[in-house]
Design a protein around this ligand. Structure first.
Ligand code: FAD
Length: 471
């Protein structure tokens, strides 16, 4: 007799409802993880996400006293096999909200019900279940502020986080069909997989240490500091939240320990944006694929693979954009302010489809998250819910000057510009000829801008107007 705890996006022991309830059955618990990417309609994760997952599973296995059992295949096949081998007292998991995951889990629940196996899903990843927040007329919110203030903050408060179990009575026998971590083949063949993990402690303890560090050094500078990519005033907790090494409930409750000032409230509201993204994905499952605002249907993006490639490589000739794209490639992370700048540059100045940007982020971000990524790309592109209007085009030179005033961020990530004086750092093409030659700003070391910022902005606005008038 066993109970199963199926780990998915909840790779932690503390505040894990599925694990706690599975342990309550009083029989050995079999903790499992199933890699079903690309199987039965499940999506394939990006490269960076798989690197994170590999390291997370290794850490979780250790935290579970080496009792985590891994499988590769469809959950249905895995459970069929386990059912043949054991008497399953119950199966527990914490919910996921991507449309394909919802469909998979629903079908599994039905299958378990038909076979008289108890199967329960729990809430481990969201403060507010998406179906519990609705407008007065019963429809879903489409704008953040009323969603958060009227919906979430007036709803039943999030539950208190659960303690990590003191003891785990795990099943210790051999399991047929189990895979080793290496057999999951999550790591890329290129060296990149080794270098991007530097600086990250990918484990539940690492998540807690990240929070402690942020609470001490970043939280009380958060409201203004969160816009400065060169400063350590953001939490960098997003990949841990995505994979569930820390839960939003733990953070929400930890914030109660601080006097409620505007920094703390602002951090809470950013957790609210995460909730809003999941809420939108749940109520509008086409969010990752289709323009949220239907009036953008038929809008022509200037499809140009070379432009996308240079953007990916951080070789656009716009320093703050290149710094962001290189931060992403080398660390698996990009600061939020810079995500907005590079996304605006791609969708407006380069007029490339937001879905191209989304796909690159999905492949290279450690925190790649279908909900937040889709909602955010559509927000910046102007096509999304509660979006900045399309005609709001970030000026990357002014953004750099304002939010990276000393150029720390640019110099950290763009080696070619390290010695360039501040007065030319944000728009190096404006430097006098001799300066351009001295620092290789004429294209010999650092590229000249791919497009003229002013003209490309006008072109984007003209394309938008033409589309509007044609409708
Ligand atoms: P902090 O500022 O410390 O915020 C704490 C937490 O709040 C974050 O970890 C995150 O979970 C949540 N949060 C903060 N801002 C947002 C936001 N705007 N939307 C949703 N949640 C938020 N975030 C992802 O987690 N995954 C993505 O794939 C992703 N793609 C993005 C793409 C674009 C184009 C843009 C503009 C933003 C994207 N974001 C994404 C949102 C945001 O940039 C990141 O959540 C944030 O930068 C993560 O860094 P942090 O943990 O230091 O954030």
């Amino acid at each position: 007799k066993i109970a199963i705890c199926w780990f998915r996006r909840d790779l932690r022991l503390a505040d894990n409802p599925a694990l706690c309830v599975a342990l309550d059955h009083g029989v050995p618990v079999l903790p499992i993880f199933i890699d079903d990417q690309g199987q039965d309609g499940q999506p394939q994760q990006g490269g960076a996400s798989n690197v994170w997952l590999h390291n997370s599973l290794a850490a979780l296995h250790k935290d579970l006293n080496e009792s985590l059992v891994l499988f590769k295949g469809t959950p249905r096949a895995v459970f069929e096999q386990l059912k043949a081998e054991f008497e399953l007292v119950a199966v527990h998991w914490n919910r996921m909200y991507e449309p394909e995951a919802i469909a998979r889990d629903k079908a599994l629940k039905q299958w378990f019900a038909d076979d008289d196996v108890e199967a329960h899903s729990h809430n481990g990843s969201l403060l507010f279940e998406p179906w519990t927040i609705e407008k007065k007329d019963g429809g879903p919110y489409k704008v953040f502020t009323p969603f958060y203030k009227k919906g979430c903050l007036n709803a039943e408060p999030p539950r208190a986080p659960l303690k990590a179990p003191q003891q785990i009575n795990a099943y210790e026998g051999k399991i047929d069909g189990a895979a080793s971590l290496d057999e999951l083949n999550l790591l890329p063949t290129r060296d990149w997989g080794k270098s991007i993990v530097e600086g990250w402690d990918i484990s539940e303890a690492g998540a807690r240490a990240r929070w402690d560090d942020f609470a001490e050094n970043g939280l009380f500078n958060y409201k203004e500091g969160r816009d400065l990519p060169g400063k350590p005033f953001v939490s960098r907790l997003s990949p841990y939240l995505h994979f569930g090494q820390i839960s939003p409930h733990q953070l929400w409750a930890a914030l109660d320990h601080y006097s409620q000032d505007r920094n703390v409230e602002h951090f809470r509201s950013e957790l609210g944006w995460r909730e809003f993204s999941y809420y939108l994905l749940y109520h509008f499952p086409t969010l990752p694929k289709e323009n949220f605002q239907p009036q953008f249907e038929g809008f022509t993006w200037a499809k140009d693979e070379l432009r996308v490639k240079r953007w990916q490589q951080g070789k656009t000739g716009i320093p703050i954009v290149d710094a962001g794209m290189r931060e992403l490639w080398t660390t698996g992370y990009m600061h939020n302010r810079v995500r907005m700048i590079v996304a605006s540059y791609l969708t407006k100045n380069l007029r490339q489809d937001w879905r191209d940007g989304l796909a690159w982020f999905e492949d290279t971000l450690f925190d790649a998250d279908l909900a937040s990524n889709s909602a955010s790309w559509q927000w910046v592109a102007g096509t999304g819910a509660d979006a900045a209007p399309y005609f709001r085009v970030f000026n990357p030179v002014l953004q750099g000057e304002k939010f990276d005033p000393e150029g720390e961020y640019i110099r950290t990530h763009v080696a070619e510009l390290r010695d360039v004086p501040k007065s030319y750092l944000f728009a190096p093409w404006e430097a006098p000829k001799e300066m351009r030659e001295k620092y290789g700003l004429d294209g010999t070391k650092y590229p000249e801008p791919m497009v003229d910022l002013k003209k490309s902005r006008q072109d984007a606005l003209a394309a938008y107007d033409a589309h509007k008038n044609a409708r």
